[in-house]
Design a protein around this ligand. Structure first.
Ligand code: ADP
Ligand code: DP6
Length: 332
């Protein structure tokens, strides 16, 4: 029996990953940049066990169906191959984040799985190697290896596509992200399917690609200069452009709901009222608002006139992944 466990936090992209050039290796069309957050995370343990006759995947205490388990098995095959191991495994994962709701459960979930496997099988990986491995589970997971700001350099091969920390002089500690939960149910179109349909069919996709690398350079410069308004404006524009691509897909789709649009408009109104804050959205209807910590209370007051407080979750910059030997499991 080989066992290991890991905890990984979600990350929200400020410059989005949207589209793959290699689906099997999960090589992205463009580089991306994210902020790891402290409010949402996944804990996953894995036991490679000689008594098992198949892989089993439990998520939040529920045994998962064949399709979900197959995704996990494909990932386990990667690490089994590295160790020339033929044992099946039991994966037990707890999401402290709504699953498949556009709140980045795939990032924390697959990063935690990569970490747990690495711990169980003593893979002894560097952060870069762990990031590459997590990427094979879910692209955005490669950024969750790191705390604070991370950049996923798209690369052009398995070796060259991984995330790394962006030096920021801890500026992220002055920032917050306020989540407005419009709907935390499972979305109709997964990020994976949504980005594939867009790459394959959207005539707006080339416009996305033309702008994303300049956006990334500008976002990195804003982090270097600790220029909140610059980073916020680029974040908001980049997110809108990503969502624009879906409208021209065949068949067209959108992750927005009427309430998402209302929240976006509220953010613009807050800005007009002198409160610097900017929104971004992922593959789901929930809205995330980037704000400086010093303005968080004022923003919540502003929103309180329009939204129930129960819909708000505050997140700050979060840490990188923690790998845990199985005996330490109960300590956390
Ligand atoms: P999200 O916005 O939550 O990241 P995605 O559609 O990108 O939504 O990904 C959701 C998928 O990620 C799930 O259907 C499941 O396959 C995978 N996932 C989520 N949480 C976990 C977890 N803890 N362990 C393994 N896989 C997970
Ligand atoms: C909109 O990383 O979940 O959140 O690589 O297919 O597993 P797969 O996709 P995933 O997609 C994330 C898309 C996004 C943008 C981002 O996080 O950069």
């Amino acid at each position: 029996m080989y066992a290991g466990k890991a905890r990984a936090y979600t990350n929200i992209a400020l410059i989005k990953y949207w589209g793959k050039k290699n689906e099997q290796l999960i090589l992205p069309m463009n580089s991306s940049l994210s902020l790891t957050l402290d409010a949402f995370y996944t804990e996953t343990s894995v036991h490679f066990d000689e008594t098992l006759t198949e892989d089993i995947f439990f998520l939040d205490g529920k045994k998962q169906n064949t399709k979900q388990t197959e995704k996990i098995s494909n990932f386990l095959d990667l690490v089994r191959k590295r160790k020339n191991l033929s044992l099946f495994a039991k994966v037990d994962s707890q999401n402290f984040v709504p699953t498949a709701a556009g709140l980045a459960s795939s990032a924390s979930g697959l990063a935690a799985l990569a970490g747990a496997c690495s711990e169980a099988l003593d893979l002894d990986l560097t952060e870069t190697e762990l990031s590459r491995l997590a990427r094979r589970g879910s692209g955005s997971a490669c950024r969750s290896i790191f705390g604070g700001f991370a950049e996923w350099q798209k690369g052009d091969s398995d070796q060259t596509s991984f995330a790394q920390m962006i030096p920021s002089d801890n500026w992220e500690d002055e920032l917050a992200m306020l989540f407005v939960l419009v709907d935390d149910g499972v979305k109709d179109i997964s990020s994976r399917d949504g980005m594939k349909r867009t790459v394959d069919t959207s005539c707006f996709y080339s416009g996305w690609l033309e702008n994303v690398e300049p956006d990334l350079a500008a976002a990195k410069q804003a982090i270097k200069e600790k220029d909140f308004n610059k980073l916020g404006a680029i974040t908001e524009a980049n997110g809108l452009r990503m969502h624009g691509t879906t409208l021209a897909a065949v068949p067209p789709f959108t992750y927005w709901s009427p309430e998402s649009l209302q929240v976006m408009q509220l953010v613009r109104s807050a800005r007009q009222a002198g409160l610097p804050c900017y929104f971004t959205m992922d593959a789901g209807p929930n809205v995330k608002i980037l704000v400086e910590k010093k303005n968080l209370t004022a923003l919540k007051h502003f929103l309180a006139d329009h939204l129930s407080e129960q819909k708000l979750i505050t997140a700050y910059a979060g840490p990188g992944i923690t790998l845990m030997p199985i005996e330490r499991l109960e300590e956390l």
